[in-house]
Design a protein around this ligand. Structure first.
Ligand SMILES: NC(=O)c1ccc[n+]([C@@H]2O[C@H](COP(=O)([O-])OP(=O)(O)OC[C@H]3O[C@@H](n4cnc5c(N)ncnc54)[C@H](OP(=O)(O)O)[C@@H]3O)[C@@H](O)[C@H]2O)c1
Length: 194
């Protein structure tokens, strides 16, 4: 019998991340539930297992280098490789976020989580992803990251409130995703030890 596909979903203790974990689990995949809070992570893993999902908890704060390094180590021990990484964890930073009144600390915190967190996690997992025959990285963006929509030129399609931290963080993430796509286009998997 072939080994199950292994996925890691960041911010999987609730919301969309939890539902992605449940959906991947329903496909028969082994799913790492990345979450920073022990109780919330344990509760999510328990609920997923009760629903028949092969779920395992991965302590993970995407803003913390040591936490992310430890998460990669855990997945290596658990599965030896990673097939799918879903960078879902994000924060809005709270509203309102008018540009003229925003606390710069809010921008830093949101970018640290929504953009640098994705880069930090992806780079920590890249060696494990390269061991997969068909690795995939999924970055969770948002329609509010669209410059067309933010500019108000999309008519009815303009979305979200004025949000100088959250919306541009998703624009930034879109650009970062394209840079990864450029670098990794045509990437070949490394040797099993790689
Ligand atoms: N909801 C929407 O309408 C919508 C629309 C478009 C895109 N999105 C995107 O979809 C994704 C999920 O959204 P959601 O609505 O499900 O959000 P959510 O319910 O607020 O859940 C966010 C998840 O991210 C986790 N998280 C936040 N900071 C973290 C950190 N530093 N380290 C690890 N985990 C962290 C949260 O953990 P805690 O429980 O510990 O806080 C939670 O599990 C996000 O990327 C969001 O931008 C959402």
């Amino acid at each position: 019998m072939s080994e199950p596909t292994t996925a890691l979903v960041t911010g999987a203790n609730k919301g969309i991340g939890y539902e992605i974990a449940a959906g991947l689990g329903a496909l028969g995949w082994s799913v790492g539930v990345g979450a920073r809070d022990d109780q919330r992570r344990d509760a999510a893993v328990g609920k997923l297992r009760a629903a028949g999902v092969d779920a395992f908890g991965v302590p993970l704060d995407v803003t913390d280098d040591a936490s992310v390094t430890a998460a990669a180590r855990l997945i290596e021990e658990q599965a030896g490789r990673l097939d799918v990484l879903v960078n879902n964890a994000a924060i809005t930073g709270g509203m309102p976020q008018e540009p003229t009144r925003v606390d710069p600390a809010t921008i830093r915190t949101v970018v640290e989580t929504n953009v640098i967190g994705v880069i930090r996690v992806t780079n920590a997992m890249i060696a494990l992803l390269r061991r997969s025959a068909s690795p995939r990285i999924v970055n969770m963006s948002s329609s509010v990251g669209s410059l067309t929509r933010q500019s108000g030129t999309a008519g009815e399609q303009t979305t979200g409130p004025v949000a100088v931290a959250y919306a541009p963080s998703k624009t930034f993430l879109n650009a970062v995703t394209l840079q990864y796509a450029r670098e990794l286009r045509g990437a070949r998997r490394s040797s099993p030890a790689g």
